[in-house]
Design a protein around this ligand. Structure first.
Ligand code: SF4
Length: 237
């Protein structure tokens, strides 16, 4: 299927997608059964597209919406603990207008930043299958093509691999040998610099594997990398 050439139209296509039967069943089941704390809320229970500045310098890629976060609120990283960490850091480093992201319409604006995920539907146990990952990749490819960022920050190894696959999908070339994911890994990839960052999941933040300072340092470095690319392209003109 040919995907639209503007983000709004792409969002409509994504939110209507039912290509992965297991994920469609799971996201809707979670939306019906709900978590007790949210039993009075209507869950979104659909695919969650990316959101933010359509001309962003920085593109952040996560794994997938959380069952009771993005799958509930309809906005990626919104209403869950990982999002609390992510948006607080984006705010401290100047990429977001406020430190919290609680629901659509909460006033949050991303400043030169766009946030999305490799897979747009909440997967059971946060583990999409390879087929589900591949089904969803064209949406990420088109988002990256339309936003055309200077820096991509991949939150976790799954997002790192998806970003490399998306780059291959966009350019028709695979980077070889495949760059290894690590916190702070940085790879120049044609139009963007790819930076790896531990995912701000509770598994990492509770254990101290990822601290606020480490997360802030990645987003500060992302700004420096984007600035270097802007300077270089201005010099070439
Ligand atoms: S994961 Fe992606 S491809 Fe699969 S149903 Fe959701 S939006 Fe569609």
């Amino acid at each position: 299927m040919a995907l639209p050439l503007d983000l709004e139209a792409l969002e409509r296509v994504v939110t209507g997608c039912r290509a992965c039967p297991r994920l469609v069943a799971w996201r809707e089941e979670v939306g019906r059964t709900k978590r007790a704390a949210f039993r009075d809320q209507d869950y979104w229970a659909r695919p969650v597209p990316g959101f933010g500045d359509p001309d962003a310098l920085l593109f952040v890629v996560g794994l997938a919406p959380a069952a009771h976060g993005g799958n509930r609120t309809g906005r990626i990283f919104t209403g869950d603990r990982s999002g609390d960490w992510l948006f607080a850091s984006l705010h401290r480093t100047g990429w977001a207008s406020q430190p919290t992201s609680t629901h659509r319409g909460d006033g949050l604006r991303l400043l030169g930043c766009y946030v999305s995920a490799a897979v747009k539907c909440a997967p059971p146990a946060n583990r999409p299958t390879p087929a589900e990952r591949d089904n969803c990749l064209p949406y990420l490819v088109r988002e990256l093509e339309l936003v055309a960022p200077r820096t991509v920050v991949a939150l976790g190894g799954f997002a790192w691999d998806a970003s490399l696959r998306a780059h291959a999908g966009l350019t028709g070339t695979r980077v070889s040998p495949k760059p290894r994911f690590g916190h702070g890994s940085e790879v120049p990839l044609g139009a963007w610099t790819l930076i790896g960052c531990y995912h701000p999941s509770q598994q990492n933040t509770f254990t101290g594997k990822l601290t606020e300072d480490m997360l802030d340092a990645v987003f500060e470095r992302a700004r420096a990398a984007a600035g270097r690319r802007l300077t270089r392209s201005a010099t070439r003109r």
